[in-house]
Write a protein that binds this ligand. Structure first.
Ligand code: CUA
Length: 315
């Protein structure tokens, strides 16, 4: 198998994928063959020994030792193959190589916060890794149970509040691979997905070198517009005034008087917007639930400034 996707399974893009798929197909075809043998045998004997006119009824034998030993020993051996193979695969998946790079991934309603070793701010819903390198993922959740899943790598692990879990993978192909939250975690669960971007070692080092934020001559509002998408603000906030999403729209927000859940109101200025990014529950807007995660650690001071400049343009 060359690792391309099949009707049943997505492409194979990690070191463990081929082995997991081989075991899957062993079980799948084993079941298919057993199904045909059992059902085929049943219909064959139903037809062969059906009751007919003039054929006397014969009592069936109570017991056949060679047959009984066969149908006990053969399935036992097949299941032992599945057990040993599966156990070996489980150990491969759960014992992280000692030289792995350690990433931290935090689930929150409703985004993945990814910390790359050696990069000071976290990225959102995007994990950039080098190819052919073991990657350890330290998982955690800020609120409810999420589950980190990269189908092409055949790895999945729950992220819990108050407890760390780990998993690891080694990508064997460069490219972009879908990552999902695969545990129902609330309203925007279906929006909680992103990409694992696998780069060559040289491309990865280049990415590490330029991952330093805004260029000096770049317009803050324009950079902020990029952040609005890359930091997933767009999941919950519209920019066209529509109010169907989880959070208030940003259109016409700047300079307005916002009514708050506690009955008071606040002028939308730089300090209010900054506070709303870092301490979202300090002033919750009337009609909305206080469900936004904090972006502390996800945004640099310059990022916050650029987002505010961008919001100012949305009149
Ligand atoms: Cu997080 Cu579903």
């Amino acid at each position: 198998m060359n690792g391309a996707g099949t009707l049943q399974l997505p492409p194979q893009a990690s070191t463990v994928a081929a082995d997991i798929d081989a075991l899957y197909y062993f079980i799948f075809w084993g079941c298919a063959i057993a199904f045909i043998l059992v059902m085929g045998g049943m219909f064959f004997f139903m037809a062969k020994y059906r009751r007919r006119e003039g054929v006397p009824y014969k009592p069936s034998p109570s017991h056949n030792t060679p047959l009984e030993v066969t149908w006990t020993v053969v399935p036992f051996l097949l299941l032992m193959v599945v057990f040993v193979w599966g156990f070996k695969g489980y150990m491969d998946l759960h014992i992280t190589p000692a030289n792995a790079m350690e990433y931290s991934v935090r689930g929150k309603q409703w985004l993945w916060q990814v910390n790359t070793p050696g990069v000071s701010t976290a990225s959102v819903n995007e994990m950039v890794v080098p190819v052919n390198t073991p990657i350890k993922v330290l998982l955690q959740s800020d609120d409810v149970i999420h589950s980190f899943f990269v189908p092409d790598f055949r790895v999945k692990m729950d992220a819990y509040p108050n407890q760390y879990t780990t998993m690891w993978f080694e990508a064997t192909k460069t490219g972009e691979f879908d990552m999902y939250c695969t545990e129902y975690c609330g309203t925007e669960h279906s929006q909680m997905f992103g990409k694992v971007i696998v780069k060559t070692q040289a491309e990865f080092e280049e990415w590490m070198g330029q991952n330093t934020g805004r260029q000096e001559d770049q317009d803050p509002a324009e950079y902020g517009e990029g952040l609005f998408v890359s930091k997933t603000c767009a999941t919950c906030h519209s920019i066209d005034g529509s109010t169907a999403l989880t959070g208030p729209s940003f259109k016409g927000l700047w300079g307005s008087q916002e009514s708050l859940a506690d009955g008071s109101s606040v002028l939308v200025d730089e300090n209010y917007l900054r506070e709303s990014m870092l301490e979202p529950n300090a002033k919750v807007v009337a009609g909305y639930e206080g469900v936004m995660p904090t972006f502390t650690g996800l945004l640099t001071d310059d990022d916050i400034f650029c987002l505010i400049e961008y919001i100012k343009t949305l009149q």
